[in-house]
Design a protein around this ligand. Structure first.
Ligand SMILES: NC(=O)c1ccc[n+]([C@@H]2O[C@H](COP(=O)([O-])OP(=O)(O)OC[C@H]3O[C@@H](n4cnc5c(N)ncnc54)[C@H](OP(=O)(O)O)[C@@H]3O)[C@@H](O)[C@H]2O)c1
Length: 306
C-alpha cells in the first residue's frame, strides 16, 4: 500500500527565509489528550521568523507556527469536548502544515461569525489578556497605554482593555489611527509624529509590545505604584524599583487566558483583524518576510494552507 504523506514546512538549520523547506512528511497521530486538526489557516507571528533565525532556540528540525484554525479529523484518548468535523482554532505547536496534533485543552470551537483566517489571527488575544489582567492587574477606570495598537497583539489588547472599562491610550502610525480609535481607544498617539511620552500623561499600566527604545522610554510614563508589562523585551527590575513601579516580562499563555478570550470571541466582543493573507503553504517565506519587515495593514499576517 502506498504511504500517505502530508505537506509541511520544516526548518533544518537556522537562517533566512530560504530555510523554510516545503516537504512531504508522515501524518501525525493524536496522542492522549490531543486532537488531530486538518489545518486551514495559520497565524504568522514574529516568533516564527525569530525561531527560524535562531534568535529563539528551538531543537532542529522543526515545523514553524504556534496557532491555527481548521477542522477536527480525529480525537485522542480522553478528549470529549470536541467532535470530529468541528471547526476549531487555538494553539498548535508546528502549525505550518496540512495536519497537526494539538493539546485539546488549548483548542476551541470556532465561532461561526469568524472566518478561518480571523480565527487563525486570534492568538494575540491570549497573550494580551495575560499581560493586561494576570500580570498587569488592570481594573475598570485605570489608564492603560498600549504600544503598537494596530499590531497582532496590540489591536486585541486595545479591545480587551476597552471592554474592561479602562481608559485606553494606544500608539499607532498615522495610517492606523482611525482603526485603533474604532477598537475603543480613547486616545491614539501617532508615535512617528513626536515621542509618545510628550503626547500623553502617566498611566497605571503600560503594555509594551515593541521593546527596545520604546520599552526604555516607558518607565517614566508609569504612575508611581503602577506596572510596566512587556511582551517584547525583558524590563530592568532595578530601574523599575528606582522609579517606584513594578516591571515584568509576560510570556504567560495560561489556559484561563485562552478560556476568557474564547468567551469574548464567541460573544463578538473582540474581533481579530487580518493584516494580509498569503496562500498556499509554499508562500510561507513571503508571509514571514511580510511580518518581519512590517508590511502595511492592521492585525496579523495569515497563511492559508489549502
Ligand atoms: N512574550 C510572548 O509570549 C509574546 C507573544 C506574542 C508576541 N510577542 C512579541 O511581541 C511583539 C509584537 O508582536 P505582534 O504580533 O503584535 O507584532 P506585529 O503585529 O508584527 O507588530 C506590528 C505593529 O508594530 C507597530 N510598531 C512598530 N514599531 C512601533 C513603535 N516604535 N511604536 C509603536 N508601534 C510600533 C506597527 O504599527 P503601525 O503599523 O501602526 O506603524 C505595527 O502595527 C513581537 O516582538 C513578538 O515577538 C511576544
Amino acid at each position: 500500500m502506498r504511504d500517505i504523506h502530508i505537506q509541511a514546512i520544516r526548518v533544518h538549520q537556522y537562517g533566512g527565509p530560504g530555510e523554510l523547506k516545503l516537504e512531504e512528511i508522515p501524518p501525525p497521530v493524536a496522542g492522549p489528550g490531543q486532537v488531530l486538526i486538518n489545518i486551514t489557516a495559520t497565524g504568522v507571528n514574529p516568533v516564527d521568523w525569530k525561531m527560524r533565525e535562531g534568535m529563539l532556540a528551538r531543537p532542529l528540525p522543526f515545523i514553524p507556527g504556534v496557532e491555527a484554525s481548521g477542522v477536527v479529523i480525529a480525537l485522542g484518548e480522553g478528549v470529549t469536548h470536541l467532535k470530529v468535523g468541528q471547526a476549531v482554532y487555538g494553539s498548535v505547536d508546528g502549525s505550518y502544515t496540512a495536519c497537526a496534533a494539538a493539546d485539546a485543552s488549548r483548542i476551541f470551537p470556532k465561532p461561526v461569525h469568524l472566518s478561518f483566517e480571523q480565527a487563525a489571527a486570534a492568538g494575540g488575544a491570549k497573550i494580551a489578556w495575560s499581560a493586561l489582567f494576570e500580570e498587569g492587574r488592570l481594573t475598570k477606570g485605570q489608564r492603560v497605554l498600549i504600544h503598537a495598537g494596530a499590531g497582532g497583539v496590540g489591536h486585541l489588547a486595545v479591545q480587551l482593555a476597552y471592554h474592561a472599562g479602562a481608559y485606553v491610550i494606544a500608539t499607532a502610525g498615522e495610517e492606523n489611527i482611525d482603526f485603533v480609535a474604532s477598537l475603543g481607544a480613547d486616545e491614539v498617539i501617532d508615535y512617528k509624529a513626536a515621542p509618545f511620552e510628550t503626547q500623553t500623561g502617566q498611566a497605571d499600566l503600560i503594555l509594551d509590545t515593541v521593546g527596545g527604545d520604546t520599552l526604555e522610554r516607558s518607565y517614566q510614563l508609569v504612575k508611581s505604584g503602577g506596572t510596566l508589562v512587556s511582551i517584547a523585551g525583558k524590563p530592568d527590575e532595578a530601574k523599575a524599583a528606582a522609579a517606584g513601579i513594578r516591571a515584568v516580562w509576560s510570556g504567560a499563555k495560561s489556559v484561563r487566558a485562552m478560556q476568557e478570550v474564547a468567551r469574548l470571541l464567541d460573544r463578538g466582543l473582540i474581533t481579530p483583524a487580518v493584516r494580509k493573507v498569503f496562500a498556499p503553504l509554499s508562500a510561507a517565506a513571503a508571509a514571514q518576510e511580510y511580518s518581519r519587515l512590517g508590511g502595511p495593514g492592521r492585525g496579523k499576517v495569515v497563511l492559508l494552507i489549502e
